[in-house]
Design a protein around this ligand. Sequence first.
Ligand SMILES: *Cc1c(COP(=O)(O)O)cnc(C)c1O
Length: 469
Amino acid sequence: MLSYLSTRGDVTNKNFTDVLLSGLASDGGLFIPSSHPDLDTNRLRSFQGLSYAQIAMQVIKPFVNNDIDDDVLAALIADTYSADNFDHDAIAPLVQIGPNAWILELFHGPTFSFKDYAMQLLGKLFDHVLEQRGQRITIVGATSGDTGSAAIEACKNCKNIDIFILHPEGRTSDVQRKQMTSVDSPNVHNIALKGTFDDCQAFVKDLFADTKTAEKIGLSAVNSINWARIMAQTVYYAAASAALGAPDRSVSFAVPTGNFGNVYAAWTAKQAGLPIEKLVIGTNRNDILTRFFETGRMQVGSVEPSLSPSMDIQVSSNFERYLCHLMQHDYTSLQKMMNSFKTEKTFNISNDLMDAVRHDFRAYRCTDEQTTDMIGTTYASTGYTIDPHTAVALHAATQVLPSDPSTPMVTLACAHPAKFPDAVKKATGVAPAMPEKLAAVMDMKEHFTVLDNDYDKVRDFIVSESSAA
Ligand SMILES: *Cc1c(COP(=O)(O)O)cnc(C)c1O
């Protein structure tokens, strides 16, 4: 029986809905499944010709493990991956850009980044489970990029959720801010903080540490450590593999990586039986992961701004999940490493284990200059426009030599190029075409509350506006 346990070892035997609602485990660890479902060759073959929603049901059902009734789960999934939410019938279409080179477009959701693919389902799962339990929650998050707008879009119609997203006043891109502040819904609260992104994030952490307030408002998070997001992201790997010939043909994926969430989902899909040959990680100048693959030492550096801001991260939280597997659930050693990482900002792993890591993943860094080059040469040679995050992954894909050139290399396009018009125009000489919906957002009225950089004021505002309190 599949259940969930914490990477720190003190919490075990949790069911899916508990894991969904709690996000982080109470011992400070991340939830992982006790085993991986088995997508055997017959089941994989049966995916050929199914819709995205049908494949999603097959992939997700074993992870939910009867904790939500099958017919309810199927309806929530069908509702999520529908023409109402996604602007392409295939939901996650493949585009061929070269012999055995493909792009998996993950920007057809309401906010034009891949975060919609998990977040849209999460909103519906949350609302259903809360309704059943007669509970309300308050979601609070900080954003500098795509997460905030994807979370707001996912929660704006949820009856049992109030959502508060903090952004640093005047320090977000116009497009990204307007995607959040143009939403007019009584349960959506945008806070423009007179401070930096780090101040926003620190206040969210303070709020979770303030257990009295947290309990009062039913505080929850939808950040990338929530297991259900990983689960939902495994689906597009399965759908793409099926479209390219799984189980009879293997596929490799190149993934732009920050928090290690998306590429961990790919690894999870591989554990479940998907025939994936190589998993290629692309990082920008914030290359903590690439350095780790080179040296065996995870060492936090300073965060530098880059052309691919959604990957400007120095701590890849989801890596702990993979590490737990790699160390065969040696919780004592893992706790030591995670404590060292917290206090000394570094940990090492042995050469033996590094051999296993390098067997599972390759990692390559991409400078801003290489990012611009990749956008430019891709446009010049194929006429296809990619965003800077996709360029980082495509650069990594071109670094790895295929052991079998007939294996398709699929690069994930995690954001629509129109979200980063300046970088794209600089590289190609042409401004990317704006989807109508994104263009419309630019002219809509904005809704936000400006607050001083003062924790007490932020807390009081959230408590007074939250209907769970
Ligand atoms: C969030 C994001 C990433 C990083 O994904 P992780 O799961 O954190 O590795 C990459 N590209 C884009 C466009 C994103 O929004």
